[in-house]
Ligand binder design. Structure first.
Ligand SMILES: C[C@H](O)CC(=O)C(=O)O
Ligand SMILES: [Mn+2]
Length: 342
């Protein structure tokens, strides 16, 4: 693989996907400390919001320590060079949330839908594009759609005004060949002005390999998080990816030692649990389950005595997708009844 002189734009997820791993309880001081460290290390783009995007605060998704607005107002003014992005899932976030984020100084809006439901993104993508924001279409659970289906959905998002389309491996299920197939088709068939991005999860230990495959196939924006702070076994660990890109001669613009220090000195000490490929996280990847279901399944295990692994396998069989968090407890309850545990 030759990535020599390839230009890669890294996008940090610690303060958004990492919110899942922290049950949305990151403090304002922690947010500012991580964002400032990343800014100093040269990170060009940092995502800040509830784990489920703008407006995610709810019983279904979890109540955060602070509102999106409080987080954004704390972080944005402290940035010297980094820009801030916000995620928005139609049905959770509204156009009012989008305006609030713009008013707080957010430069990039990423509108996320399940990989076969891009048509629900029209209102938010066009509103963001009309506001002149960097507008990204984020196709989640990409392993559940064929490359052709992904392309069809990506074209919809492009037609609504997105200037970048993401292939999002929400379940950490994909293998490098599948990433290559999907990203190459998007790169070949979308407008040359439309950027391609890749968002990986490390549930099968493939996040670095998948990110490299995506870059080789034409992706320019690559998501990851410091020390992997993110849902499931975490996102692509950025300090590791930076070291690999450095060795491969790619242009990433990040100071390796500075990002290593953010990982080791700030992020790892604030983790509630080690973020690693343990048996539950591995099950997410193996069974193709949405990474943010991990802690929900583990809580259901505590409550009903059914192993998180069994719950996750069943969720995979049923083809559950993001937004169906309420089904996890329901399923655990049914399984516990069937086993005579309650
Ligand atoms: C709302 C999700 O956490 C978005 C994401 O990061 C993914 O699908 O992966
Ligand atoms: Mn994710």
């Amino acid at each position: 693989m030759n990535l020599n002189n390839k230009h890669v734009m890294l996008h940090d997820m610690s303060l958004r996907d990492g919110m899942h791993a922290k049950r949305h309880q990151i403090s304002l001081d922690e947010m500012v400390a991580i964002a400032t460290g990343l800014d100093n290390a040269g990170m060009p783009l940092i995502e800040v919001t509830h784990g489920d995007g703008l407006g995610g605060t709810s019983l279904n998704y979890g109540f955060p320590a602070h509102s999106d607005e409080e987080y954004l107002k704390a972080v944005v003014p402290k940035m010297k060079q980094a820009k801030i992005s916000a995620l928005l899932l139609p049905g959770i976030g509204t156009v009012d949330h989008l305006k609030m984020a713009r008013d707080c100084g957010v430069s990039t809006i990423r509108v996320a839908t399940h990989c076969t439901e891009a048509d629900v993104s029209q209102q938010h993508i066009s509103a963001s594009a009309k506001m002149g924001l960097d507008t990204v279409g984020f196709l989640m659970m990409a392993h559940m759609a064929s490359p052709e289906k992904m392309l069809e959905q990506a074209k919809l998002m492009e037609s609504y005004g997105a200037n970048c389309i993401y292939c999002t491996d929400s379940a950490g299920y994909m293998l490098p060949d599948q990433v290559t197939e999907k990203v190459s088709l998007l790169r070949a068939e979308l407008s040359p002005n439309t950027e391609i991005g890749f968002h990986g999860h490390h549930n099968m230990g493939m996040a670095i390999a998948n990110s490299l495959a995506a870059i080789e196939a034409g992706a320019h924006r690559i998501d990851g998080s410091v020390a992997g702070l993110g849902a499931g076994a975490g996102n692509t660990p950025l300090e590791v990816l930076v070291a690999v890109l450095e060795r491969m001669g790619a242009n990433h613009g990040i100071d390796l030692y500075k990002i290593m220090d953010v990982a080791e000195d700030i992020v790892v000490p604030m983790m509630d649990q080690p973020i690693r490929v343990d048996r539950d996280a591995l099950t997410l990847g193996y069974a193709g389950v949405y990474s943010s279901f991990l802690l929900f399944a583990q809580r259901a295990q505590q409550k009903y005595g059914i192993s998180a692994r069994d719950i996750l396998v069943e969720l995979g069989k049923r083809g559950t997708v993001g937004g169906q968090e309420d089904m996890i407890e329901d399923l655990a309850l049914t399984m516990a009844k069937e086993k005579g545990l309650i």
